[in-house]
Design a protein around this ligand. Structure first.
Ligand code: NYM
Ligand code: MG
Length: 212
């Protein structure tokens, strides 16, 4: 299909620790955009539906062990394999609302012993650069109120605290920090307002490359 004459869609990424409410807000945002006539599609990483994503899923569910560098590269490969389709959607004018991206990749692996931010960033250099990163933050107290973690790998408080510290180092001027402790509806309104402005603003801009 041909390039949209309405301008390209935006690449909007949600980031944050587990339990911040990213997935809920992603779904609500896609729904709101679609209802107002803005083509939008929900996307998520890891995409557990591909062959690579299947291995990642097994790893997260603790059904297999993988060497830490190797699994980092699989998470990155899982993004790269999606790039052709992502670009196609963006160029056709569809905005992608993405639940986690390369920033989770870096923040989670760099929380492991012996991994620096710089090494972790390398495989994701050159991915399509998001127009906006909505970083949902939650204090440890608020997080605790939301009930227990699931049983997946990384789902424990000490690890998540390291992840949160790493996210702080990744912030750039296209990041917006959102207090995820607010009620779901106010959060949704705030997110819509920011997102709609960015969608308008990025229509005629080229898609840039991440970390270049
Ligand atoms: N995760 C996610 C990583 O470790 N590296 C990555 O590149 C990405 C995208 O996978 N705890 C971790 C963060 C999550 C876990 O994500 C699965 P979700 O959104 O809970 O399905
Ligand atoms: Mg999770």
């Amino acid at each position: 299909r041909k390039k949209s004459t309405m301008g390209r869609g935006s690449l909007i990424v949600f980031e944050g620790c587990d339990r911040a409410g990213k997935s809920t807000q992603c779904v609500k945002l896609v729904e709101a955009l679609e209802n107002s006539g803005t083509p939008a599609k929900l996307w998520r990483f890891p995409d557990r539906g591909t062959a690579i994503g299947g291995i990642i899923s097994q790893y997260l569910e603790k059904k297999c062990e993988l060497e830490d560098h190797a699994v980092h590269l699989l998470f990155s490969a899982n993004r790269w394999e999606a790039v052709p389709k992502m670009k196609e959607h963006l160029l056709q004018g569809t905005t992608l609302i993405v639940d986690r991206y390369a920033f989770s990749g870096v923040a989670f692996t760099a929380a492991k012993q012996g991994f620096g931010l710089d090494w972790c960033r390398q495989p994701d250099i050159g991915l399509p650069k998001p127009d906006l990163i909505l970083y949902l933050t939650l204090t440890p107290e608020e997080a605790a109120k939301r009930g227990g973690f699931g049983g997946e790998r990384y789902e424990n408080t000490p690890f998540q605290e390291k992840v949160a510290k790493n996210f702080e180092h990744l912030k750039e001027n296209n990041w917006r920090v959102i207090d995820a402790g607010k009620d779901m509806e106010s959060l949704h309104e705030e997110i819509q307002e920011i997102t709609r402005a960015v969608i308008k603003d990025s229509k005629d801009k080229d898609i840039e490359k991440l970390w270049i």
